[in-house]
Design a protein around this ligand. Structure first.
Ligand code: BMP
Length: 209
């Protein structure tokens, strides 16, 4: 079943908890990123994980050893999965997957960023990233809803890997992305609206998920 994933990029822990509780019945997972974790502390992941499974979007992009430490911190703090940058290459991807395996966790690799800059360098190598992520044992990929042509190519190359797509809402991604994705990641379109629960519910209906 396709998922709706809340990107909870608010910077106040209590506000994050309040939104998470409100939208819980309409979203499948919660993705946290640096804005929340650097503001509220890493412990916020455990609290959120009691509501929904947490994806730790630290876009890990370092040498294998440092990357493994970051992944370990995420999993020790209740993350069910982590996001790693795909451009880091096979050694880091393998090392992050090895740590994830210890915890029964999942790893998603970023192919190309959904923002316009993602086209400058990343589009040229994103299909290669798919191949390397697959070889390394990543469970899935992050791919843009803002460039449907690229998403379609990435879907073809990904085989049965899971694809999560950000960009719908604030970045004006296409809802057509849902055809190629296993999960749709939405942040501001939900948490910055007047009524996050209602927005999430509407999105599910629009996306037919
Ligand atoms: P928003 O819907 O507010 O644009 O949030 C999208 C979320 O997905 C953010 O947390 C962002 O860091 C993340 N993201 C993205 O927008 N594009 C990517 O290519 C990869 C991401 O992880």
């Amino acid at each position: 079943m396709k998922q709706l994933i809340l990107a909870l990029d608010v910077m106040d822990g209590e506000k994050a908890m309040e939104i998470a509780k409100k939208v819980a019945e309409h979203v499948d997972r919660i993705k946290v990123n640096y804005p929340l974790v650097l503001s509220a502390g890493v412990g916020i992941m455990k609290r959120l994980s009691e509501i929904k499974p947490v994806i730790a979007d630290f876009k890990i992009a370092d040498v294998p050893y440092t990357s493994s430490l970051i992944a370990r911190i995420a999993f020790e703090n209740s993350a069910e999965s982590v996001i790693v940058h795909g451009f880091v290459g096979s050694d880091t991807l393998r090392e992050v997957c090895r740590v994830a395996e210890e915890f029964g966790g999942k790893v998603y690799a970023v192919t190309e960023l959904s923002s316009p800059g993602g086209e400058e360098f990343m589009s040229a190598v994103s299909l290669k990233i798919v191949e390397k992520a697959k070889e390394a044992g990543c469970h899935g990929l992050i791919a843009p809803s803002t460039r449907i042509e690229r998403l379609r190519e990435i879907r073809k190359a990904a085989g049965d890997m899971e694809i999560l797509c950000p960009g719908i809402g604030a970045q004006k991604g296409s809802i057509e992305a849902v055809k190629y994705a296993d999960g749709i990641i939405v942040g501001r379109g939900i948490y910055a609206s007047g009524n996050p629960a209602e927005e999430a519910r509407k999105l599910r209906r629009v996306l037919k998920i």
